[in-house]
Each structure stands twice: as structure tokens, then as C-alpha cells.
Design a protein around this ligand. Structure first.
Ligand SMILES: [Zn+2]
Length: 489
């Protein structure tokens, strides 16, 4: 298959090409629309992404659990706004064996109802709070828009959902801040750039008081949601009767938050950390951080392989994930091609010349450049290079995101910019959602991302002063905030 262009309208094709050629994910061949298969190489990337989020949640006092996949309709339908929000997306089981079921069973699209039901049995007192649970599971959503591998699927295979319970609203607000910080750290460690915003009320999670979202911009210049954080208030605790005794001995409903990420994180790694040759994996999640490739004529084979073995062993003993590529039915150039495509951050080439000089040649995938390193300094140099690669990838990704963010003072101009260039446009805003809602009705193909958080603007190197005090881009009132609009996935 010919390589499609990564940027612009052919991004989808490019994405399908890369996940197939790099043996990450087999999509579109299993006979259920919107489902894919994680292949061994892709599974290893996925596993490391999961390990990272697990570490970040565990170290902040979250506890991992596992809830049932099935939710009886009687539970799922209890909270009316929630069920309305999901009604078009739920897969239902109506039959088991030969019998029609009395109560339909939903394949979970998310687990707020399940956990709230259980929390009503588990949690009785403020002394147990705050409580932070999470699980990493498959969820099912009947997507009616065009499905896309990892990005819009009907079985989301890598859904990390956290659910927390609190004594007070203040404590739930603190949890929202913690969740935002955890996700920011997570995306930073993966070098994925993001914009954090508060979704408008009409686009919040069904049942939440409000939703904070992380969005990024893909190479086709469309915004894509990569994480969400919801303050659920007492919506579910009231319906499921999660009552607690408070510090002052009064009885009240508990407060909740929930937050989730999915395999869109992995899609983002692929979208940002890649070039025309293929992937460039961040060392943190690369299945192999270095691949060692022997280069020899038949008469020097034993000597070169022995040297390679020593190189691989030294790196492994120092915590580097190494693959020693001894396949002898492939020429070195073919191996180079394959590992460049699969995004291994470092390639170590060893031939007779390297052995004679007691060196190795190290190829940096991100720079597409070779460097000769004395053998004695290899371990140290590899550690430094891996750190540099992670930093370079993140810097490049942030630069790319920022290059796709523009500022406009009027919705007409903003819509024109989005139509021509895509990306995200930031506009001054009065803070009243009604003015945005009414104006947006007449504009096709453009969506509101939300009110950009101040911290997020800082990270984008954009000053709030550019917007404050100017006129709202939607009405004539004075602007107090910054709103982001974009073409969305
Ligand atoms: Zn306004």
C-alpha cells in the first residue's frame, strides 16, 4: 500500500495505513463495525500507557476495582437526564439462551449508575470519604457517526473511568482540580499537547453539573476530545440514595465526580509522534527503546553478533528495553526500514568498523541522524538520548498544536478561518452561553469547545489580557473570558 500524506484531508487514510503497517491495530476486518484488534506490538504500547495512568492514579490514593459489564435497565434508567443522554448509544441484551429477558441489560456505556448503586450499600459515613475508585475496561457505545479506528469505535477497549465520592461540594471541587492535574501530568509525560476548557452546558456529560475537557488537534486540523472530568454534584447520589452521616451528624447525600480517558490517548501518540517514515514512539511507552542491528559479511558474523550481544546485555542491565535483531533472512536496510516505521527511538548499528574502533553507531529516530558513541559511554549516552527524545517530541507536538490555534474577535471571521485552515480559534467572550448558542445555530460544521481555563492559556503562551475588556465575539457585551471554537471530530 502506498503511503498516504499525514497532514490534511488524507490523515484518516494515513492513520489506517500506519496502524496496519506498524502492526499496532487490525481494524475494519472483523465483522462488527467499530471494533478493532490490538496486535502484539500495539498491545505493548497500550499496556505501557495503562501502566502510566495506573501509577498516577494509585499514587494519588485511587483504588482499582472491577464492576460488572451489564447494567439492568431498571438501574440505568433511574437517572432521567443520564438515560436521555445515552439513549441513542446503548447496546441492549434482550435475550439470554432461549428466553426473552424480563429486564433488558445494557452493555455499560459508562458506569456511574452501577457504582452509585453499590456506593449506597458501601458508604455510610464521612469517615469513609473521600473515596476514589477507578477501573480500566471495555465500554460499548453505538456510534452512529462514521466509525474510525481508536478514535470513534463502538467497543472502547481502553476506557479508564474514575469515580469519586465526597462529603461536600468543596471536596468534590478539590477532586476536579486533582483530576485535571493528573491528566495534565499524564499527557505531559506522553508529550501530547492539549487545551483544557469547560464545556458549554449543552455539551456536558449527561447528569453532570459541568464538564471540563481536554482537547487536542489532529493533523487533519480537527479538534478531538481526549479526556473529560465531570462534577456530578448530587445527581446520582440522590437517585441512588447514597446518604452519608456528615461531620456535624446530619444526614445528606454524598457528592461525586467522574473522569475518563480512552484509546484516543494512543491515537494521539500516533498522530503527534510520527513523520513521513512512520512512528516515533516516546521512550516511556515504546515496546523497545533501542534496537541493535548487526551488520556483517559472513566471515565476521560471529564476532559482530558477540559484540551485539554484549551491547544489548549492557543496556538491558541498565534498564533499557532492547531488541537484538538477529533475523538472518533480512538485510540491515530492510530492518532499518521496519524499525523506523515502528518508531523505535534508537537504533544501534554494529559492524566491523565499530568493533575495530570500540564504538557503536546510534541512530536517533526523531532527528533521523547518526552519532558515533564510544562503547564505554553507550549506556550513559543512551539514557541522555532517550530523555532528549521525549523532550524533543513533546516540544515539537506543542509547537504543532500552537501553530493551529488562532485568535479572532468576531464569529464571522472565526468561522471563515476554521473553514479555510481548520484548527482552533480563540475568541473573547462575555461568559453568557446564550449569546454563543444563538449565534452558533446559523454556522454549520463549527462547534464550541468551551471556555478555556486560565492555566491552559498560560501553557499555550497566550495572555488573557489580549481578550479581557474587549468586546465579546458573539454579542456587544464586554469580554470576561476566552472561548474556543473548532471543527470537531
Ligand atoms: Zn456575548
Amino acid at each position: 500500500m502506498q503511503r498516504p500524506q499525514k497532514y490534511g484531508e488524507s490523515f484518516s487514510e494515513w492513520f489506517s495505513w500506519i496502524i496496519s503497517e506498524a502492526e499496532i491495530y487490525d481494524y475494519g476486518r472483523y465483522p462488527i463495525k467499530g471494533t478493532g484488534i490490538w496486535l502484539p506490538y500495539g498491545f505493548q504500547i497500550r499496556r505501557r500507557v495503562i501502566e502510566l495512568i495506573r501509577m498516577l492514579l494509585d499514587e494519588t490514593g485511587h483504588e482499582e476495582i472491577l464492576l460488572p459489564l451489564l447494567i439492568p435497565e431498571t438501574l440505568f434508567a433511574k437517572e432521567s437526564e443520564h438515560v436521555r443522554g445515552f439513549e441513542g448509544e446503548v447496546f441492549w441484551i434482550t435475550k439470554a439462551g432461549l428466553e426473552e429477558l424480563d429486564v433488558k441489560l445494557a452493555l455499560r456505556p459508562t458506569s456511574e449508575t452501577t457504582i452509585s448503586y453499590m456506593e449506597s450499600l458501601w458508604i455510610k459515613s464521612y469517615k469513609q470519604l473521600p473515596k476514589k475508585y477507578y477501573q480500566i475496561v471495555s465500554i460499548f457505545r453505538y456510534e452512529t457517526k462514521m466509525t474510525k479506528p481508536m478514535i470513534r469505535v463502538r467497543e472502547v477497549t481502553t476506557f479508564k473511568e474514575a469515580h469519586t465520592v465526597h462529603e461536600s461540594f468543596e471536596s468534590s471541587e478539590e477532586q476536579i482540580r486533582e483530576a485535571i492535574n493528573i491528566y495534565a501530568k499524564f499527557f505531559d509525560m506522553l508529550g501530547i499537547p492539549y487545551i483544557v476548557s469547560r464545556r458549554p452546558q449543552w455539551d456536558k456529560f449527561a447528569g453532570a453539573i459541568y464538564t471540563i475537557a481536554f482537547d487536542t488537534i489532529f493533523p487533519d486540523k480537527r479538534a478531538v476530545q481526549i479526556g473529560t472530568v465531570h462534577n456530578l454534584g448530587q445527581t446520582f447520589t440522590k437517585v441512588f440514595d447514597v446518604k452519608i452521616q456528615k461531620r456535624d451528624e446530619s444526614i445528606d447525600y454524598a457528592w461525586q465526580t467522574s473522569y475518563g480517558i480512552s484509546e484516543r490517548v494512543i491515537a494521539s501518540i500516533i498522530a503527534f509522534h510520527s513523520d513521513e517514515k512512520g512512528l516515533i514512539l516516546p521512550p516511556l511507552v515504546a515496546p523497545y527503546q533501542a534496537v541493535v542491528i548487526p551488520i556483517y559479511q559472513e566471515d565476521a558474523k560471529d564476532m559482530v553478533i558477540e559484540y551485539c550481544n554484549n551491547v544489548a546485555k549492557a543496556l538491558r542491565e541498565n534498564g533499557i528495553r532492547v531488541y537484538l535483531d538477529l533475523r538472518d533472512d533480512m538485510r540491515p536496510a530492510e530492518k532499518f526500514f521496519e524499525w523506523e516505521l515502528k518508531g523505535v527511538p534508537l537504533r544501534i548499528e554494529v559492524g566491523v568498523r565499530e568493533i575495530t574502533n570500540n564504538t557503536v553507531t546510534v541512530f536517533r529516530r526523531d532527528k533521523v541522524k547518526r552519532e558515533i558513541v564510544p562503547a564505554q559511554q553507550l549506556v550513559e549516552r543512551v539514557h541522555v538520548m532517550l530523555t532528549e527524545i521525549a523532550q524533543a517530541l513533546a516540544a515539537r507536538a506543542w509547537k504543532e498544536l500552537i501553530s493551529n490555534i488562532r485568535i479572532s474577535k468576531s464569529i464571522e471571521e472565526a468561522a471563515k478561518i476554521l473553514k479555510e485552515l481548520g484548527g482552533v480559534v480563540l475568541m473573547p467572550w462575555c461568559g453568557d452561553e446564550r449569546c454563543v448558542y444563538s449565534k452558533m445555530q446559523g454556522i454549520e460544521g463549527v462547534d464550541v469547545i468551551g471556555e478555556v481555563m486560565e492555566e491552559s492559556l498560560k501553557k499555550l503562551n497566550i495572555s488573557l489580557d489580549l481578550f479581557k475588556g474587549t468586546q465579546c465575539g458573539f454579542c456587544n457585551n464586554q469580554a470576561k473570558a476566552v472561548i474556543a471554537i473548532a471543527k470537531k471530530y
